[in-house]
Design a protein around this ligand. Structure first.
Ligand code: GLU
Length: 308
């Protein structure tokens, strides 16, 4: 008897800190194709938590950019900046489990207090503020506003990625106690993303492999908060010819500039060709690509973005 599988719910989760760029477009197109080719839903979340970097006008622009490319979504977009109450509740739930502690380290102290070997290049915090006595905490809180960290266990978290295969991390060694809430009160990405993926019913997360090493933290938080685990697919990154990852500072690759040179079907064709979905970089729409999408065709290695 064949088992009927439920179509996935995928998501776009751009950070509206500027125009979309090639790297976002690549992940958004492939996340959309993965969900739509399996008859699934696609939801949109604007990750606008950081008031220093995100602006409301960028949110509108991101939506226009997705539409321009031919990507649609179901239901109303979710704005993280409006969901602080939900993050506060999750934070309290972790606090009640005795897992949260204030960290008074300044950035410089944090760097000094770290062993530099996490896979994403970020230093592993040594947990020194977890060992402060109540009196020391009290004294420090007179002069500094703390960030809040969650205490991770000595435990291996493993999962099977749709594209990268098995991936595992030992949380205390490879990741360390991580920040849930910044000292300015802003909730951290890791917390917000697990709360929102669950609330939005996301069952499939497709994103760049720069976030692969965040996934064990997210899986562990889901477990602590009794939230379901989505499946994950981490895409290879698009690199500049010198091997750097394409970033917002590569201004020529921002959508505003790309639109001066390409129509949407031309740009989609270039991306689809790089993804191995079509043989030549010809004009094509996301809709026309739906029947051609297959995880088996996608490259596993990072790609140098040559055509531009
Ligand atoms: N907002 C993140 C970004 O634009 C993506 C986060 C995620 O997909 O989990 O890079």
């Amino acid at each position: 008897m064949s088992r009927k599988t439920t179509p996935p719910t995928g998501r776009f989760a751009p950070s509206p800190s500027g125009r979309m760029h090639m790297g976002n477009l690549w992940s958004c197109l492939l996340a959309w194709l993965s969900a739509r080719s399996a008859g699934g839903r696609m939801v949109l979340r604007l990750e606008d938590l950081d008031p220093d970097r995100c602006r409301p006008e960028y949110c509108d622009q991101v939506m226009r950019d997705l539409e321009w490319l031919g990507l649609d979504w179901d239901g109303a977009p979710v704005y993280q900046s409006r969901r602080t109450g939900a993050y506060a509740a999750a934070f309290r739930a972790l606090e009640e489990q005795g897992l949260v502690y204030p960290c008074f380290c300044t950035r410089a102290e944090r760097l000094a207090a770290s062993a530099p070997h996490r896979s994403d290049g970020v230093a592993v915090y040594d947990g020194r503020c977890a060992r402060l006595s109540p009196a020391e905490r009290e004294a420090l809180s007179q002069t500094r506003r703390p960030a809040w960290r969650v205490r991770v266990p000595e435990r291996e978290v493993a999962f099977s990625d749709l594209l990268q295969g098995e991936y595992r991390e030992e949380l205390s060694r490879d990741c360390g106690d991580f920040i849930l809430r910044r000292s300015d009160g802003v909730y951290a990405y890791q917390l917000a993303v697990v709360v929102d993926d669950a609330m939005m019913g996301v069952t499939q997360v497709v994103r760049g492999s720069d976030l692969l090493s965040s996934t064990p933290r997210q899986l562990w938080l889901q477990e602590r908060l009794s939230l379901p685990h989505p499946e994950y697919g981490h895409l290879p990154l698009l690199l500049a010819p010198d091997g750097r990852r394409l970033a917002k500072r590569d201004r020529g690759l921002e959508l505003g500039q790309l639109q001066e040179c390409y129509t949407a079907p031309q740009l989609v064709g270039l991306l689809a060709h790089a993804a191995g979905l079509i043989d030549r970089p010809e004009r094509i729409t996301p809709r026309e690509l739906v029947p051609l999408f297959s995880w088996d065709r996608l490259p596993r290695e990072d790609l140098v973005w040559g055509p531009l």
